[in-house]
Ligand binder design. Structure first.
Ligand code: NAD
Length: 500
């Protein structure tokens, strides 16, 4: 493989299209097959990425292995933490470049990317640098059969080479949510970002190298899933653990490829989240909170509720409020003033969501608002936009109430009793998140505790403390990450028993 020096790459970026090469051992490498990266707000190509072949994936895994056997493997925790802090600083120093890259890949509004995606990218490194430093170690003294004593204590060792396979909806945020704890624990990573959003993972390579992170600690391979870089990476014998965020069926495919080597797995998968609005809720707060929950990032948030169960006596008021908020959203180009509603990620995803919009009507939905494609002028006319959409009148058994759509839409369904609301919310193969809206604190606790999910909010949504467990029940995932839960996944305890 021919190496491309960083300055040369930066010169390439000055050209009209960004060039996104694979990043191995702190260098951008030649080779692979070019593929276009599309700006979903305009439908036009804005970058070219190179799909990694088997040789590039091998080189990335080998570089990661070498890092573990080199200075990274013996680095003190204090020095590793200082490097992670420098990476966070580096993201902030190049905030505008990260912002532009994320916006070009996703088409998301400027305000959203600048308040959520990029700041969380930096925060992930700081949080996990702190978490790993504050962990207690366990030790037990016990009486041995011969009347003596022994002491056990556990030390934590990195797993080795960790594959990070990430999706397109919150690219930098979700990728660093896994890279940061993996590096904090002393692993080396090979990242396979989504083929739709390869830019910020590539830029992070430059930040890592500039921060002084040793060669091979952070590598990026671009490409697709089956038969491409994704599958080559997860099936690679040199990869010890796989941390994945994406669709449930992709998780299932990855599991099959991981099985021969019994790799450690952490999966954050799909959802079909429920929200429950009780008549005693602050209805204005519920409308505001759930409008944000349904439409943020054009509904492309794994935690977004696509089923909203509302106590019958407040149904009309709730629906009217949601409709008004949906119709106040302004779709358009990310940097246009006032735009707060972006496109879907791709033409394919737009087709899928519009298909569900059609199915909802075939299943008897009353379309409260939306259901089609907005009429937009200029460059946005060729973007992958859909209208924010709400339905009533659907039975809970409808396909659009059971299958993950991952679009800006929700079915609103009436309920009469708390027991019925809980039963409907839990009647799903998924179990990622739920949100409960009530002024009755006891009910809030009781209903939240009854939800078969990884995270249940009361009178809020997507309110996150990064030290707390995050993950899904049922088909929504395996394991938990966040705080010490991440450290438990990204490290392996060795119990040392000393006979005194
Ligand atoms: P996806 O499963 O299609 O792709 C995710 C990543 O996996 C991509 O990088 C893709 O190239 C790769 N991939 C695909 N097939 C593969 C294979 N066979 N082997 C290895 N890698 C493979 O998901 P997506 O469409 O990018 O993201 C949307 C999905 O992600 C939704 O289902 C959403 O609910 C889920 N999601 C879950 C969470 C969570 O925390 N639970 C967070 C965000 C998104």
């Amino acid at each position: 493989m021919t190496e491309i020096a960083v300055p040369e790459r930066q010169a390439q970026e000055a050209a009209a299209l960004r060039h996104l090469r694979n990043f191995v051992g702190n260098r951008f490498v030649a080779g692979g097959t070019p593929f276009p990266v599309i700006d979903p707000a305009t439908g036009r190509q804005h970058a070219t990425a190179w799909e990694a072949d088997a040789a590039i994936v091998d080189a990335a895994v080998a570089a990661a292995r070498a890092a573990l056997e080199g200075p990274w493997g013996t680095m003190t925790l204090a020095k590793r933490r200082a490097l992670l802090m420098k990476v966070a600083d580096g993201i902030e120093a190049r905030f505008d470049e990260f912002l532009a890259a994320e916006i070009a890949d996703t088409g998301k509004p400027h305000g959203l990317a600048s308040h959520l995606d990029i700041p969380r990218g930096a925060a992930n490194f700081r949080v996990f640098a702190d978490v790993v430093a504050a962990l207690p170690s366990e030790s037990f003294e016990f009486d041995t059969p011969d009347g003596g004593k022994a002491i056990n204590y556990a030390i934590r060792r990195p797993l080795g080479v960790v594959a990070v396979v990430s999706p397109w909806n919150l690219p930098l945020l979700l990728m660093t949510w896994k890279v940061a704890p993996a590096l904090a624990c002393g692993n080396a990573v090979v990242v396979k970002p989504s083929e739709e959003t390869p830019s910020t993972a590539t830029l992070l390579g430059e930040v890592m190298a500039d921060a002084g992170v040793p060669e091979g600690v952070y590598n990026v391979v671009h490409g697709f899933g089956p038969g491409s870089a994704g599958e080559l990476l997860v099936a690679h014998p040199g990869v010890r653990a796989i941390t994945f965020t994406g669709e449930t069926r992709t998780g299932s495919a990855i599991m099959k490829n991981a099985a021969p080597y019994v790799k450690a797995l952490s999966f954050e998968l799909g959802g079909k989240n429920a929200a429950l609005v009780f008549a005693d809720a602050d209805i204005d707060a519920a409308v505001a909170g759930l409008s944000r929950a349904v439409f943020l990032n054009t509904g492309q948030v794994c935690l977004a509720p696509e089923r909203i169960y509302v106590e019958r006596s407040v149904l009309d008021a709730f629906v009217a409020g949601m409709k008004a908020n949906a119709e106040a959203l302004k779709p358009g180009l990310p940097n246009d003033p006032g735009v707060d509603f972006g496109p879907l990620i791709s033409a394919e995803h737009q087709r899928k969501v519009l298909d569900y919009y059609r199915v909802a009507q075939e299943e008897g939905a009353r379309v409260v608002t939306g259901g089609g494609v907005p009429t937009l002028a200029g460059d946005a006319a060729s973007g992958f936009f859909v209208e924010p959409t709400l339905w009533t009148g659907l039975p809970h058994s409808a396909r659009v109430c059971r299958e993950e759509i991952f679009g800006p839409c929700a079915a609103i369904i009436a309920f009469d009793t708390e027991a019925e609301a809980v039963r409907l919310a839990n009647d799903s193969p998924y179990g990622l998140a739920a949100s409960v809206w009530t002024r009755d604190l006891s009910r809030g606790h009781r209903v939240a505790a009854a939800m078969e999910v990884g995270i249940a909010w009361v009178n809020s949504w997507f309110l996150r403390d990064l030290r707390t467990p995050f993950g899904g029940a049922k088909l929504s995932g395996i394991g938990r990450e966040g705080g010490a839960h991440s450290i438990n996944f990204y490290s392996e305890p060795t119990n040392i028993c000393i006979k005194l």
